[in-house]
Ligand binder design. Structure first.
Ligand code: GCU
Length: 128
């Protein structure tokens, strides 16, 4: 099977808004994280079998400042302060990849901003 795509706008959003005012997103839009520590997007990802998987986060950051986030799998931070550097402008999207050990069935993957700038704009998460 091909990769599974999980749009950020369909995920559980803590302190953020679904917007579509910058080009290049997939689906209906992207999540604009509030500019605050703790703003977050949590996806529910299904895995047919347990094991390692590459999780790809597609984002834009139109500033020149990194917008680090903690990436948690099923409640445990697996990547602390993962960097989301500037992408040049808000219409330019790049990816960051994290390898995680999924359990079979339902998994929660949460990306939480760790600075008062909040997270970058988040388009989607792709697994596999
Ligand atoms: C701008 C931009 C937003 C972005 C925000 C930010 O307002 O238009 O899409 O989310 O900056 O700094 O987070």
């Amino acid at each position: 099977p091909g990769p599974s795509v999980y749009e950020a706008e369909d995920a559980t959003i803590t302190a953020g808004l679904v917007e579509s005012n910058h080009a290049g997103f997939t689906g209906r839009g992207f999540v604009n994280y509030d500019n605050a520590v703790g703003s977050a997007v949590e996806w529910t990802v299904n895995a047919a079998t347990a094991g390692p998987a590459d999780v790809v986060l597609r984002y834009a950051n139109g500033t020149t400042a990194n917008r680090p986030m903690n990436i948690a799998l099923n409640g445990t931070v697996v990547s602390s302060g993962l960097t989301f550097p500037g992408t040049g402008n808000w219409d330019t999207w790049q990816t960051k990849t994290v390898r995680v050990n999924l359990v079979a069935g339902s998994n929660k993957i949460k990306a939480t901003a760790t600075t008062s700038d909040g997270g970058p704009n988040m388009d989607k998460l792709t697994v596999g």
